[in-house]
Design a binder for this molecule. Structure first.
Ligand code: PRP
Length: 187
């Protein structure tokens, strides 16, 4: 079921307007899944989702990947309940699987400063994967402060706060099917 996005979402004095519709998101995910299916042919990659934000993207992405694959999740926190990055990363839930000599694909909902991906790259480099690539549904190119390579990108977006499709505002709004962006209309 494709739902029409709400015109506006009001959170206190802030107004969010539609940025990416459910249809745009699902169509791009199908393209990413098709590309991953080609690139990982003959392998059994491990998709590793970074909680909480990536849970919807992970779910929809692997349905578009026509390969035997495995999944796991771990949880970091860099933001707390604030809209701006706190500049540090904490590990809140460890990975369960052994990634030694495996092809791993890190699944992110959004790359903002790049701090989380940098932390993940350093963490996994010590675990000797066969290969490591990163797929992120959203990237804010103008916000990047760390030299990280995002191998598969859903959408480049402006450096404004976004919610929906896994992305939260104080832990809410993750269940929206579309992505909404903080609007200049906000008071
Ligand atoms: C968000 C997002 C990324 C990270 C991106 O996670 O899911 O992991 O921030 O920002 P960065 O590029 O500046 O590191 P967050 O810590 O908000 O946790 P959440 O996924 O549970 O919302």
């Amino acid at each position: 079921m494709i739902s029409e996005p709400k015109e506006k979402i009001r959170v206190g004095e802030e107004i969010f307007t539609p940025l990416l519709s459910e249809e745009q998101i699902q169509s791009r995910i199908a393209e990413l899944g098709a590309q991953l299916t080609i690139d990982y042919q003959g392998t059994v990659p491990v998709f590793i989702g970074v909680l909480n934000g990536s849970f919807l993207f992970m779910s929809d992405l692997i349905k578009c990947v026509e390969l035997d694959c495995e999944i796991d999740f771990f949880k970091l926190s860099s933001y707390g309940d604030e809209k701006l990055s706190a500049g540090k990363v904490r590990m809140l839930k460890e990975l369960n699987c052994d990634v030694n000599n495996r092809d791993i694909i890190i699944v992110e909902d959004i790359v903002d400063s790049g701090l989380s991906v940098k932390y993940i790259e350093d963490l996994f480099a010590e675990k000797n994967p066969k290969s490591m690539k990163v797929v992120s549904l959203l990237v804010k190119p103008k916000s990047l402060k760390y030299n990280v390579k995002i191998d598969y990108i859903g959408f480049d977006i402006p450096s404004e706060f976004v919610i929906g499709y896994g992305l939260d505002y104080a832990q809410k709004y993750r269940n929206l099917r579309s992505v909404y962006i903080l609007s200049e209309e906000s008071e």
